[in-house]
Write a protein that binds this ligand. Sequence first.
Ligand SMILES: Cc1ncc(COP(=O)(O)O)c(C=O)c1O
Length: 478
Amino acid sequence: MPVYLDHAATTPMLPGARAAYVDALGVVGNPSSIHSQGQQAKRMLEESREVVAASVGAEPIEVIFTSGGTESINLGVKGLYWARQSPARPVVLVPGGEHHATVDAVEWLVRHEGAEVVWLPVDALGRLHPAVLEAALERHGASVALVSVLWANNEVGTIQDVRALVATASRFGVPVHVDAVAAYGYLPLEFDAVGAAAMSISAHKIGGPVGIGALVLSRRSSVEPLIHGGNQQRVRSGTQDVAGAVAFAAAAAEVVREFGAGGGAGSAGVGAAGAGRGGAGSAGASGAVGWAAGAGGGGAGAASGAGTAGAVGGAAGAGGGVGWAAGAGGGAAAGSAGAGGESFVGGLAALRDRLIEGVREAVPEAVLRGDPEASGRLPGNAHFTFPGCEGDSLLFLLDLAGFSVSTGSACQAGVPEISHVLTAMGVSDDEARGALRFTLGHGTTPAEVDALVAALPAAYAAARKAGFSTREVTPAAR
Ligand SMILES: Cc1ncc(COP(=O)(O)O)c(C=O)c1O
C-alpha cells in the first residue's frame, strides 16, 4: 500500500463519515417534500447544517451547501461581484497565488462582465500584508466590488492574517470572500467573529465525501445566485444532497471536537443524523495521526464517541502519533485528545516538523517554501523546491518507490505548469520547476515520514540526473 502524503489534494474519508454516508443513502425522501419521509430527510439535512455551522463558528442559516469548494468560490466571488453592481463597482482585489478556482472565476468576470482585477503583491512567504490591501483600497476607493483571499495557501501552506485583512476591508465597506478550503479542519475558523462576507469550505478536505462543500454566507451579506431553480437554499437552487450533508457533518463533528464550536451556533451535540454506527478506526492501532474512528449518530453516537475517544487517542499516543479523537456524533465526548494527550493538529504539526527536519538533513540543497515558522504554516504542509531537477521527475520516482506526493501546482493536458504561487512569491522559474509538496493528515505515521525521508536522496539523485525536460513549460497564470 503506497504511503499517502497528498492530503491537501483530498484526504481519505473518515470511517465515521463513510458509515454515516452509506446509512444516509438508504433514506428515501426529498427534503423539500411535505410528507413525513421528506420531513425526516429535512431533519437530517438541517441537523447536518447545524454541525457544519458549528465547525466554522457560523449560524446554520449562513451555511449554503454546494457541490464543493470550486462552486462555493464561484458563488462567493461572482455572486458578491454581481450583488455590488448598483452602482457599478468593477474592481476586484485579489492577491497573487490564489487557487485557480478564484483566479479563473475573476478572469471570467474580466472577460465577460467588464470587471477589472487588481492583483495584489504578496511577500516571499506568500503573505498579503494588510498595509498593501489598505493602499489598494485607498487607490481604488468606491469602485471596489470585493476582495477575495485565501485563509491558507494550499501549495506552500502559508496562513494569512485574515482577521486583519477583513478588518481593513471593512473600514472601506468592502466585502471579503475567504477561500478557507485548505485551512478548514486544520485551523480554527471563526467565521462570525472574523466578519467576512463569505467563506468557502469543502468536505473532502476534512474526511467527508467529494461532491459537497459550503459557502458560508453572512446573514448580513447577499450574493447573486449562479444557479436558478427551486430556491431550496437562500441563494442556491437544486435538490439538496442529504446523504452528502450527513457525511460532511460526521467529518465536521471532528473539527468541532478539535477546535470547539467556534462561537457559532453551539450545536456540536448534534450528531450525523441517522448514522448510529460506532467502532474504532484503523488509525489508533498503528500510532497514526488519527482523526478516525466511530461514526455516531445523535445521542447514541455521543455515547459511543465518548467511549472510543480515549482508546484511540491512547493508542495513537503510544505509537508516537496523535489522535484526533474518535467517534463523530455527539459533542458529549468532551476532550479531544483521549489518553494520547495531544490534539490532532498538534500531533500533525509535530510530524510535519519531523518531515521538514528529515528532508533538510537528507537533501541539504532543498529549500523550504512558505513560512518557516510553525505558527505561520498549515500543520500538515511541507513544501520544498529541489534545485536542478523537475518536481515532476521527483514525483514519478517517489511514486515508483511507493509514495504519493504532489508538485502542488496544476498540470494541464500532461504539461507541467510552473506554480503561479511560487511565481507570485518571487521564486524564479528554474527554482519553481523543482517544487514538491508533502501534505500529511489523519492516518499519517512517524514511520511513513521516516520512510519518505529515507527514500528521498536516491530519488533526488535520479531526478537531478534526468535534469530539466526540454519541453515547453506553461508560463504561470496569476
Ligand atoms: C485552497 C483551495 N481552494 C479551492 C479548492 C477547490 O475545492 P474542491 O476540490 O472542493 O472543488 C481547493 C482544492 O484543492 C483548494 O485547495
